[in-house]
Each structure stands twice: as structure tokens, then as C-alpha cells.
Design a protein around this ligand. Structure first.
Ligand SMILES: [Zn+2]
Ligand SMILES: [Zn+2]
Length: 302
């Protein structure tokens, strides 16, 4: 891992590259506002969108995630996880306990009045034992997405995210960079990104990857494939004009792509919500022969 999180007291002792050190490498999430903001954005995007029903479904989940953080917060001292060669919240460093399941039943219960299709998924999920749910969660955290039904995965991942996001927000430490290669997995929890974001103002157009699980954002240089580090022949596709706020960054070396969102061009962008709402751009990019190198918590392909 090239971005490494170390305890504060060690930070001063590290001789790090002075240029890289000037750049904020990592932003931990703000769970108290993140999900409520996402729910609002999903509802806005649902107006005039061909997949508005789906965006409204995702908004209900995000609203419940916000409620869970408000009413069932967790406070765990994660300092002991920082002295490790692994990312602090990775499975290698922090075995999965079933605490996340405290969020699972309330999340399912937020759909009291819903479509028959969703009701069937929820009914199936409620029949799972703690152990069965634990196994499904472990498959997802290991990236074995084909081992879990895609509809079930959305509810499991959303509950896991409420847990991991809070833990990530409680890390009181900074990150250092050893180099800028191999940055495709989250330095906090080792999960795949959803997309890249150029944050609104403040960071001089720097690009960050947004974690699909713990919602942290980490720095990756621009015009570089986030999957294989290739810097040649990177091309950008968009649905509108050249200066569009949403593009796909496509790599000719490994034929992968990931979306890049520019908040300077549209300050309302929220990575997860806008990634779903721009599904048509995924379809167009895949038609050009590229495969997505990220995960959206609301879209698990089978
Ligand atoms: Zn993460
Ligand atoms: Zn590549």
C-alpha cells in the first residue's frame, strides 16, 4: 500500500517526500452528514431520470443509514489498529465481528410499504441466520461478488458501510505517501473505489478516489489509470460537451474505466448518487470495450 496511515506520534519521525507531504492525501468521512446529503441528492436526481424509481429506492436506504448513525452510533477506539502493515480497517487487520448486523434488521424494516420484488428480497434476507449473513458479508468484503445475490448484497453492503464509515471517521491519524503507485484500493479499509472526484474548491483540482465501503477519499494523481498505473493514452468519454462534469476515464492498457466527477463544474455532485444516475454513461463506455474497475454500493452485477 502506497498511502499508509500511521499514528500521529510517528508522523514527525517519518522522512517523507516533501512535495507529496504538502498534499492532503486522505479525507476521512463525516457520517453525520454524508448519508443525509446522499439521500437528498438521490431524490433530486430522481426527477427526470429514466431510473427514478430505483434512485428513490436508494434514497430510502440512504435516509435509513443517516437515521442509524443518529440513533445507534458506535464509538470504538481504533488506535490499536494503526500499528500494522495492513490498512487499519482491512479484514487482515480487523476480523469482522457481527456488530454490523445491529444495523441490518432496522435497515430492512425501513421498507414496510414497498414493491413485491423488494418485499421478496427482504423476506429472504430475514430468514438468514447470523452466521449466514456473516458469510455473505465476508464474501462481499473479499470482492467475491458473484457469491452473493446482487439484490441481497445491496442491503448487506449498506449495513456494513454504516459500521465501517463510523470506524473510519474515528481514526485520529494522518496518512503518509511512500509513492504514488498502486493506489487502487482504499488505504483505510482495502475496498474498491466507486469513482474519482475533483472536490469543490480548496484542493487545486486534485483528484481523489471515493471508497465504496468506508466512504474515505484518497489522493491519486490525475491522468493516470487508477487500476494499473498506466499514464499513456488515457481517454475521457462523456455524454455531453468536452467540459462535462461527469466523464469516464478509460485506460487503453488494461481496458478498464472509472468515472471522474468534477465538483468545480457541478457543486451538487455526490459520488455514489451521481454514479448511479449516470448509468447511461457506463453503458456507452462498456460499448467501447472498457470494463468498470469500481463498485457502486447500490449496483452489484451478477
Ligand atoms: Zn475504505
Ligand atoms: Zn489501466
Amino acid at each position: 500500500m502506497s498511502i499508509k496511515i500511521i499514528p500521529q506520534e510517528q508522523l514527525e519521525q517519518q522522512a517523507t517526500n516533501s512535495v507529496i507531504r504538502q498534499i492532503p492525501l486522505l479525507f476521512y468521512p463525516s457520517p453525520k452528514t454524508l448519508y443525509a446529503h446522499r439521500a437528498e441528492r438521490l431524490k433530486t436526481l430522481a426527477n427526470n431520470n429514466p431510473i427514478s424509481d430505483y434512485l428513490n429506492f436508494c434514497a430510502i436506504i440512504a435516509e435509513q443509514q443517516a437515521n442509524l448513525i443518529k440513533h445507534q452510533p458506535i464509538d470504538i477506539d481504533v488506535t490499536c489498529l494503526l500499528n500494522s502493515e495492513y490498512p487499519p480497517l482491512s479484514l487482515d487487520n480487523l476480523p469482522l465481528k457481527d456488530t454490523w448486523q445491529d444495523y441490518f434488521t432496522p435497515l430492512l424494516d425501513s421498507f414496510s410499504d414497498t414493491t413485491q420484488q423488494i418485499a421478496i428480497v427482504i423476506e429472504q434476507l430475514k430468514k438468514n441466520s447470523t452466521l449466514e449473513l456473516q458469510n455473505k458479508a465476508l464474501h462481499l468484503l473479499k470482492g467475491e461478488f458473484d457469491k452473493v445475490d446482487g439484490n441481497e448484497a445491496i442491503f448487506i453492503w449498506s449495513s456494513l458501510s454504516v459500521y465501517y464509515c463510523q470506524l473510519a471517521s474515528q481514526i485520529k491519524s494522518k496518512a503518509i505517501a511512500e509513492n504514488t503507485d498502486k493506489l487502487w484500493l482504499c488505504p483505510v479499509c482495502n475496498s474498491m473505489p466507486t469513482a474519482s472526484i475533483i472536490q469543490l474548491g480548496g484542493n487545486n483540482g486534485l483528484r481523489y478516489l471515493h471508497c465504496s465501503l468506508c466512504e474515505s477519499e484518497w489522493y491519486v494523481p490525475r491522468i493516470k489509470c487508477t487500476c494499473c498505473d498506466n499514464m499513456k493514452d488515457i481517454q475521457y468519454l462523456s455524454l455531453e460537451k468536452e467540459l462535462a462534469a461527469i466523464k469516464t476515464e478509460c485506460c487503453d492498457a488494461c481496458h478498464s474505466y472509472l468515472k471522474i466527477f468534477d465538483q468545480d463544474k457541478d457543486p451538487h455532485i455526490e459520488v455514489i448518487a451521481d454514479d448511479i444516475a449516470s448509468l447511461i454513461l457506463d453503458i456507452k463506455t462498456e460499448e467501447e470495450g472498457f470494463a468498470k474497475s469500481g463498485v457502486n454500493p447500490f449496483i452489484f452485477a451478477q
